[in-house]
Design a protein around this ligand. Structure first.
Ligand code: ACO
Length: 341
């Protein structure tokens, strides 16, 4: 059967988030280890970011390995067979293959009936992908989707630049979502502003090579991550509260009704500033920055999966989530977790 029609109900207008999974990169790198390479200290990094260790993939660990492991574990929690999937959507800025890595993940999972493609929106990628996948489910054209956020920024960090190398790590997280009559995705807002994009980039190489006698070309490749940390920080603490406020108002939900604040994990100071803006007590703010740093598109599903598995996030809980990062891109979503009780 055409996978776009398989099992789809024309009456499904909502989505349920019912399974999560995550996968870790092989190596743990401490602040002190970085201090042996660049002029930094555990004290500086912890006090400015909240990060104490991050995970970095080993050279033989591909992005598709991390993504497939996270996906498998989300499928197991949802109790789904891979063949029942209609969509595998991979949020990443660091594919194994620029032509797309989602099909390799689809094959590794055995999700033979699913269409698979990548979506790039840096640290907003998971949130943008969740919302994108939900549109297919809401129209009734698909029934089951696996949304994976996975990144290996370690491949593009300048490990000699102390201003950025202390921030990033690798990882993957995934969420299984299904068409449902009762809508678990209460609302969302997505934003982009390319005019401010110059503060955080992973830019293509500027090369100018001879192609033929009268022709030249630009050879592919990328420079390391370039970041104006202070501008990114200002952007985050201005735009994240604003987009969350707008979403909560549209959904007529007060911040006091939230069970959890689920933000992109970039810096503990950003999490604290957003929580304070809404008077959300710290225990309700999900954070695993200390152990992972910023894993870009992976942070939101990774920290969600940890909290689901240790029993903090339970079925029926209401979460406000916001992703933000390069592009510039940012957004928010309000959803109810409906995983196994
Ligand atoms: N160790 C020691 N000193 C450092 C380090 C370091 N790792 N990094 C910078 N410094 C120094 C600077 O050189 C500077 O020294 P100077 O005054 O002698 O010039 C001093 O510390 C202060 O630097 P600031 O940049 O002002 O430090 P700040 O308090 O702003 O913290 C940080 C920097 C942590 C990067 C912060 O700006 C931040 O978190 N910004 C957000 C970054 C972010 O989240 N990026 C990812 C976005 S998501 C995505 O899409 C990928």
């Amino acid at each position: 059967m055409d996978p776009l029609l398989a099992g789809a109900s024309p009456h499904s207008r909502g989505v349920a988030l019912i399974g999560s999974g995550s996968a870790q990169a092989a190596q743990v790198i401490s602040n002190n280890q970085l201090g042996l390479r660049v002029d930094t200290s555990d004290e500086w990094i912890q006090s400015r970011t909240g990060i104490s260790t991050r995970r970095v993939s080993s050279p033989d660990q591909r992005l598709s390995d991390l993504a497939a492991d996270a996906g498998r574990s989300a499928l197991a929690m949802a109790g789904w067979s891979p063949k029942s999937l209609d969509l595998v959507l991979l949020a990443t800025s660091t594919p194994d293959d620029l032509f797309g890595t989602a099909p390799a993940v689809q094959a590794a999972l055995g999700a033979t009936n699913a269409v698979a493609f990548d979506l790039t929106a840096a640290c907003s990628g998971f949130l943008f992908s969740l919302v994108t996948a939900a549109q297919f489910l809401r129209t009734g054209s698909m029934r089951r989707a696996l949304v994976i956020g996975a990144d290996q920024l370690s491949r593009f960090v300048d490990w000699d630049d102390r201003r950025s190398c202390v921030l990033f790590g690798d990882g993957a997280g995934a969420v299984a979502i299904e068409a449902a009559d009762e809508d678990g995705l209460l609302g969302f807002l997505l934003r982009s502003d390319g005019s401010r994009g110059g503060v955080l980039n992973l830019p293509a190489l500027d090369s100018n090579e001879v192609l033929a006698a009268d022709a030249r070309h630009r050879q592919g490749g990328y420079r390391p991550i370039e970041m104006n940390g202070q501008e990114v920080y200002k952007f985050a603490i201005r735009e994240v509260p604003a987009v969350l406020q707008c979403l909560l108002e549209r959904c007529a939900v007060g911040a006091e009704s939230l069970d959890w604040l689920l933000l992109h994990q970039a810096n503990q100071r950003i999490l604290d500033a957003v929580a304070d803006r809404f008077a959300i007590p710290r225990p309700k703010v999900l954070s695993n920055l200390a152990h992972y740093g910023n894993t870009s598109a992976a942070t939101i599903p990774l920290v969600l999966d940890e909290a689901v598995r240790d029993g903090r996030v339970r079925s029926g809980h209401l979460l406000a989530s916001s992703g933000f990062g390069a592009g510039l891109s940012w957004g928010a979503a309000l959803f109810r977790w409906q995983g196994p009780a």
